[in-house]
Ligand binder design. Sequence first.
Ligand code: SF4
Length: 184
Amino acid sequence: MPVDALTPRVHASRLPPAQYARNFCDAHPPLSLAQAKIESDRCYYCFDAPCQTACPTGIDVPSFIRRIADDNPRGAARTILESNPLGGMCAWVCPTEVLCEQACVRNTHEDKPVEIGLLQRYATDHLMAHPGAPLFSRAPATGRRVAVVGADGISHNEMEDAKPEHIAAGCNVLLHAMLERAGT
Ligand code: SF4
């Protein structure tokens, strides 16, 4: 029998708050500063990095990891967002285990890749918590517009057209999303 919100005894808040907190907690808790430094030191900063090739948005993974190792999380976030304006959201939801982390050369000897997704989250979470001055500046408007439908991971390809260089070139980029927050 199909079950929906009108089915008797099916309603919101059926579980105690603590159960919801457990069910929806982080699958992978964020890295602390010390953990991020240790993890970033595991990167070999590969030339022609396979992790970057495996990333659908082509993020320069070794460069952003290097910046974390150099205690420059803001610079790391900039490197990420230059390639992927949704890099903050992707750090939470991207299936890194079958993309960049699967390609990481650390798998060969240790069977344990560099935690690229958690490092990406470390950098972008830091930027969200300490936004400071805008990372990118706009050029005068050209009148050109780019529309992107969907502000989720599936929009990666569309976001290729909305990269910061397009924004900096004076294009108006409008994200159309059904929900209030990107990535939800
Ligand atoms: S493949 Fe692994 S070790 Fe090499 S640059 Fe990427 S994250 Fe670092």
